[in-house]
Design a protein around this ligand. Structure first.
Ligand SMILES: C[S@@+](CC[C@H](N)C(=O)[O-])C[C@H]1O[C@@H](n2cnc3c(N)ncnc32)[C@H](O)[C@@H]1O
Length: 277
């Protein structure tokens, strides 16, 4: 018969201890404290089989979030599937920057380009109930999941839009545009490593140098922003200088830059001064 302590021991030299713990918690539907407090707890045959199946998949590289079907982001838990990018802690820098730019109780409308699981759109909408968020993606499966996440998290100040970037938006203008677009170059060897191997290429890869999506997003943003509106986005660790050039070329001023814990610029943006006609 399998016990908690026995299973933790059995897999420890094959997989990360934290991953084993997460997956055991998931199968038993308990928290980490339970595992510590009940080392002799006996797993049922079904639980043992389910756990071993998950461990085998994890050993093959499948991300923990796809195995448990959930991922924490900022202060919320999101359902995730292999149709969407697993929300990253790095993207919380984008959230912090956006929330600092939107006064509490200030009604405005914000566009989230490439919403995926809805992590950015839903977090903003939850923290700023007076804001109306438009969450846009080209992937219908991502939009269905994002809508489910919004429902589960009781967030209703969001509209979901299927669109190839701005194509389906018509004449609407926004107070702010936020994006975490694909920005990995198609030849980047990281795509063959770790979790990235299992995530949708549509969510990761931007043609050639990794900047093709950002070029479109930045150059067309003035057509969809009010005067004084802002654009803010995440980019690769080595893309900040190129992004500043693109922002300046598109007429953005008062450029914004935010760096991560390693002091690397990972969020850039600016304000749109000229109204595009
Ligand atoms: C890096 S993921 C970001 C997901 C989510 N916003 C997050 O931060 O976790 C990029 C998203 O852009 C979407 N996307 C890719 N190309 C697109 C396009 N041409 N138009 C709209 N969305 C697109 C992908 O489907 C994916 O959901």
């Amino acid at each position: 018969m399998a016990t908690i302590a026995g299973e933790l021991r059995r897999w420890t030299d094959k997989l990360e201890r934290l991953d084993i713990s997460w997956l055991l918690q998931h199968v038993l539907d308990v928290n980490a404290a339970f595992l510590v407090a009940h080392p002799d707890y006996l797993l049922t045959a079904e639980q043992t089989q389910a756990f071993h199946e998950l461990m085998t998949k994890r050993a093959a590289g499948v991300p923990v979030a796809y195995l448990t079907g959930k991922q924490g982001f900022y202060d919320l838990i999101f359902e995730v599937t292999s149709d969407v990018l697993i929300p990253r802690p790095e993207t919380e820098l984008l959230i912090e920057t956006v929330l600092a730019m939107i006064p509490v109780n200030h009604p405005c409308n914000i566009l989230d380009l490439g919403t995926g699981s809805g992590a950015i759109a839903i977090t903003i909408a939850r923290h700023r109930p007076h804001v109306h968020v438009f969450a846009l993606d080209i992937s219908i499966n991502a939009l269905l999941l994002a809508r489910r996440n919004a429902g589960r998290l009781s967030v209703s100040n969001i509209d979901f839009v299927a669109s190839n970037w701005y194509a389906a938006l018509g004449a609407i203008r926004f107070d702010g545009i936020v994006a975490n677009p694909p920005y990995i170059a198609s030849a980047d060897p990281h795509l063959q490593q770790g979790d990235l191997r299992f995530e949708p290429m549509l969510a990761l890869v931007a043609e050639h140098d990794g900047l093709s999506c950002l070029r479109k997003i930045i150059s067309q943003a003035p057509q969809f922003l009010h005067q004084g509106g802002w654009l803010l986005f995440e980019h690769g660790y080595d893309q900040a200088a190129a992004c500043r050039q693109l922002l300046t070329a598109a007429g953005f001023t008062e450029l914004i830059r935010q760096s991560d814990f390693a002091q690397i610029d990972r969020v850039s943006g600016g304000y749109c001064q000229s109204i595009f006609r």
